[in-house]
Design a protein around this ligand. Structure first.
Ligand code: SF4
Ligand code: SF4
Length: 54
């Protein structure tokens, strides 16, 4: 899973949503950590479609 930082609007919705808390804010960017289990549940929740499979 990957977040395109050019598309991300920094709304923080995905941060609260991820059941594994694998989405974090790092130096003003939203990134997905190794805690991600690839469940793909976050794909549809981003309002601007910035979350992609790799
Ligand atoms: S795929 Fe699942 S575990 Fe990984 S970041 Fe998205 S919601 Fe979290
Ligand atoms: S839900 Fe989408 S726009 Fe909002 S912080 Fe996450 S990746 Fe960025």
């Amino acid at each position: 899973m990957k977040i395109d930082s050019d598309e991300c609007a920094l709304c923080d919705i995905c941060l609260k949503f991820c059941p594994e808390n694998a989405i974090i804010k790092k130096r003003f960017k939203i990134v997905i950590t190794d805690d991600c289990t690839d469940c793909k549940k976050c794909l549809d929740i981003c309002p601007v479609g910035a979350i992609h499979t790799e």
